[in-house]
Design a protein. Structure first.
Lengths: 506, 379
């Protein structure tokens, strides 16, 4: 196989460097060769420079030094349009779809023609769906879709352009095993047909099995560049971090807890479709919510947090009733790390410390009026250190952070706020392997200090690692409960997936 | 500190300084009285007062992520009510009635936008039209004046008078020193970090105070100007130094993130709308006190000047970012332009053309500066 493909250079990066106006050196002297018809993996810790390199190849950033060759020709990719003409399509880490348009309009957004949609758009859409084996409603408004479905739409958009070089920045983050399989299959099929991929991901095993070649960046430099067959997960991690990490596989046995639960949910319903939800969580317990995309995991968290209006039922913390709305929830000790960090989490206009202290700023102020910046900055420095955020410090801008580090700021926010009940919606999306292990350890630490944690993740393995009890979610309801030590990823997948299978069988 | 000198942050100051210099040189060259003569300076500030007060809350509303084009109409309503009721209710009663009515319109705006989810532009376009209509109804389409001259005299006394500018400058100096002293007292626990910013603030306060004590500038400012400075100072301190300012920024910048952090987005959007109405009412009261007669199209066009001033001051139309003192500098630029055109007799035909170009040019500077700062980092 390695002999047939990947002999002709397709994209060549030569001595490329990038320094941002704020002085951050994101890339220095990076050279690599991507061969035609291969899937080339690009890995590195958060802030290593992967997205920056892709943005340079997609024309969104101009390099500060070095040059690029596409198909042997030197090119100046001065804008995304130029890159598109050179046959390069990009799926960015933060999905830039138009939320007010529907799926098919988004997919054909870049295509030429006078009509709102080119002729035969629906047919071409359906052909593509058949080709990649993924079905979705072409007329659904993108803003109403979950982040995973939007990710699939973004992928289809790139494929529809018919590019022969596709750059993918963490395309499977927040996708479920099944959807990931679809992406892999699509990539493999297209690569066999001669399309070249550059594939950025933090899932090391995934990259090693999908890619022919891999390049690892550390602090903006190439530290490993070899055939995927010549290395393994340990080798990659060591190159990425310069250290070996224990990714652990220990499971948490459910502890029998006496006494009243910290969080009591009885008969909660919301307009978003959650019906009659009841659940108890004890102090120190971590509960996992396992479900597929669109299964209503996030809606359940919204119901508990009061982000969706509760039409029935009660939520109690330590026996005390929690009022309506997010303000009441936060005062009652709730914290939420939302699914979409940019749309729901970060305020671009505030510096890192302002984002960290946002929910509990009165704690860092005099008479709840006058913010005490020194205290904010000190706290932020502490949590930045604890979570390992690569940044210019508390005064840095959140817009200058890499994707994984932006995600960590949201965790830092609640680490600083010390909530009694922590709701996590995909907290490790886009976070590198080493940091992921740190975050999962952090969740356990939260629990050990008495916080009740409910965590949603598409990676069931992660839930098995951190939770004691796993609730399987389907159609916005809890359909099964498993103790972590007595279940497996396979069983959870089956439970989460069943109605679809039944529907197909029928 | 380096950032403070960048065009995006201080462009409005450079522009104003440049404009004033140019006008001074031109008026000298033409043999006219100096542009910076005490009378003219006092005049310019007096002309800025009303539109400046509107610009202050336009900025606040923009920061909160809203938009309001009805303020001039609301101000007109306030003015009409004041003069209609001053004979019956006396000055205090009439002013209270005017402000209550205009606050209620502001509340209506905020409610429709926030609770019913109607687009702010549409709501306030409707309010603008309806309130102008309401003024026509209550004034019967005629110019209103107070029947009893004694009542008008009492009303006028609120705007008819001068304060020496050095006194005001001195007060600003003392306020700056006070702010830095309070900050020092509150944060002295964190020693070692107290340094620079506090010192800078205190030092600039001391300089300003000395300037005031030395009797500079030799200008008398009108009461209206004084009210403007009072409003700007208060709002600036609230936005810059309190939790309210921080939360307002969060609500304007990313309402969903603010809501999920437990902040009441409704409150932080509706309260500015209500206060916007109140301040517009106050502007109407001052207007009626200054002129003594109000016709139904009073304050016409002031809303657009206020919005333009906010934009010149670098306030984002998309929320989350803005500065009140800079909005006042923006208003000063626009008024100085108008005033300069008149003084130099450059023909008022060109004045609006130039004003429009200045607004677009300023917006362009901000956009380009923001882009080059992030190097296309739009994702
Ligand atoms: N617009 C910007 N301005 C200034 N610095 C930036 C900007 N964008 C990225 N950086 C910095 O450049 C470095 C590399 O960022 P990049 O986004 O390429 O990382 P990454 O490898 O994609 O990380 P992640 O896995 O977290 O997505 C980081 O230190 C980041 O803070
Ligand atoms: Mg990235």
């Amino acid at each position: 196989m390695a002999q047939e493909v990947g002999t002709v250079p397709c994209v060549e990066v030569r001595k490329v460097s990038k320094t941002f106006p704020n002085g951050t050196v994101a890339l220095s002297d990076v050279s690599l060769t991507v061969r035609r018809g291969t899937v080339h993996g690009l890995m590195g810790a958060n802030g290593a420079g992967k997205s920056t390199l892709l943005k340079i190849l997609s024309g969104a950033h101009t390099p500060s030094g070095g040059w690029l060759l596409v198909n042997g020709q030197e090119v100046a990719l001065s804008s995304p349009v130029v890159a598109n003409r050179a046959g390069i399509a990009t799926i960015h880490q933060h999905i830039p779809l138009v939320p007010t348009l529907n799926v098919i309009e988004n997919i054909f957004l870049g295509s030429e023609g006078i009509g709102r949609l080119p002729l035969g758009a629906l047919d071409r859409f359906q052909t593509l769906c058949g080709h990649i084996g993924y079905e979705t409603d072409p007329f659904a408004i993108v803003g109403s879709l979950s982040i995973g479905v939007r990710q699939m739409v973004a992928i289809m958009q790139a494929l529809m352009v018919g590019a022969d070089i596709v750059l993918m920045d963490e395309p499977t983050a927040s996708l479920n095993e099944n959807e990931r399989e679809i992406v892999f299959r699509t990539v493999r099929t297209l690569a066999t047909g001669g399309t070249t991929f550059i594939y950025v991901s933090h899932y090391i095993e995934e990259v090693l099995s999908l890619c022919t070649f891999v390049t690892v960046l550390r602090d903006g430099r190439v530290v490993l560049d070899c055939a995927a067959a010549d290395t393994d997960a340990e080798g990659v991690i060591e190159a990425m971090t310069g250290r070996r990490i224990d990714r652990g596989s220990a499971r948490n046995a459910a502890t029998i807890r006496d006494g009243a639960p910290r969080l009591e949910i009885t008969g909660v319903s919301t307009a978003a479709g959650v019906r009659d939800l009841s659940l108890n969580v004890h102090a120190g317990e971590v509960v996992g919510l396992a479900g597929l995309l669109g299964s209503g995991r996030s809606e359940i968290l919204s119901a508990l947090y009061g982000a969706d209006r509760r039409v029935a039922g009660t939520v109690r913390v330590d026996g005390r009733l929690v009022g309506r709305g997010t303000g009441a929830a936060v005062s009652a000790g709730f914290g939420l790390v939302p699914e979409d960090r940019w749309a729901q989490g970060l305020v671009r206009q505030l510096p890192i410390f302002g984002n960290v202290t946002l929910p509990k700023i009165s704690r860092h102020s005099f008479w709840s009026i006058w913010p005490q910046r020194e205290s904010e900055v000190a706290t932020t420095e502490e949590v930045i250190g604890a979570i390992g955020i690569v940044s210019k410090g508390p005064h840095g801008l959140v817009t200058e952070l890499s994707g994984g580090n932006a995600q960590k700021v949201l965790l830092a926010r609640w680490l600083a706020a010390r909530p009694e009940i922590l709701l996590l919606d995909e907290p490790t999306v886009g976070v590198d392997a080493a940091a992921k292990a740190d975050i999962l350890a952090l969740v356990r630490t939260f629990a050990e200090q008495g916080t009740a944690v409910i965590m949603v993740s598409s990676e069931f393995e992660e839930l098995l690692h951190v939770a004691e009890r796993i609730l399987v979610v389907r159609d916005k309801a809890i359909v099964a409960t498993r103790v972590t030590t007595e279940t497996t990823v396979e069983e959870l997948m089956l439970l989460a997936d069943r109605p679809e299978k039944e529907a197909r069988a029928a | 500190m380096r950032e403070a000198a960048s065009p995006a942050n201080s462009g409005v100051i450079y522009a104003l300084v440049f404009l004033v210099l140019a006008l001074t040189i031109l008026s000298d060259a033409k043999g006219l009285p100096s542009y910076l003569s005490p009378i003219n300076v006092s005049n310019v500030f007096d002309q800025v007062a009303l539109v400046g007060m509107l610009a202050v809350f336009t900025t606040v509303v923009l920061i909160s992520g809203n938009f309001d084009i009805s303020i001039a109409a609301i101000g007109g309503l306030g003015a009409a009510i004041t003069l209609l009721l001053v004979d019956e209710l006396g000055v205090a009663g009439a002013v209270l009635a005017a402000i209550a009515a205009t606050s209620a319109v502001g509340m209506f705006n905020g409610f429709c936008v926030q609770k019913l989810g109607i687009n702010a532009f549409i709501v306030t376009l409707g309010t603008l039209t309806a309130v102008r209509g309401l003024i026509l109804v209550i004034t019967d389409g005629r110019t209103v004046i107070a029947d009893d001259p004694a009542n008008y005299k009492r009303l006028e006394s609120f705007v008819d008078g001068f304060v020496p500018a050095p006194a005001l400058v001195g007060l600003i100096g003392i306020a700056l020193i006070a702010v830095s002293a309070v900050q020092y007292l509150l944060t002295r626990r964190y020693q070692g970090q107290v340094g620079q910013n506090r010192l800078l603030l205190a030092a600039s306060g001391a300089v300003v105070l000395l300037v005031g004590l030395s009797g500079f500038p030799p200008v008398r400012l009108t009461y209206s100007t004084l009210y403007l400075f009072g409003l700007v100072g208060t709002v600036w301190i609230v936005l810059r130094y309190t939790i309210v300012g921080r939360r307002l920024q969060a609500v304007g910048g990313n309402p969903e993130a603010a809501r999920l952090s437990g902040i009441s987005v409704d409150r932080y959007r509706i309260v500015p709308s209500v206060l916007n109405g109140s301040v517009a009412g106050l502007v109407g009261v001052i207007y009626s006190a200054r002129l003594g007669a109000v016709d139904p199209s009073a304050l016409h066009g002031f809303e657009l000047t206020a919005i333009a001033a906010a934009i010149l001051g670098g306030t984002s139309l998309f929320g989350g970012h803005g500065s009140v003192p800079k909005a006042i500098l923006g208003a000063l630029i626009l008024i100085v332009l108008r005033n300069g055109f008149n003084m130099l007799n450059l023909g008022s035909n060109y004045q609006q053309l130039v004003e429009g170009i200045v607004i677009v040019a300023a917006a362009a500077v901000y956009v380009i500066a923001a882009q080059s700062a992030s190097q296309g980092g739009r994702h």
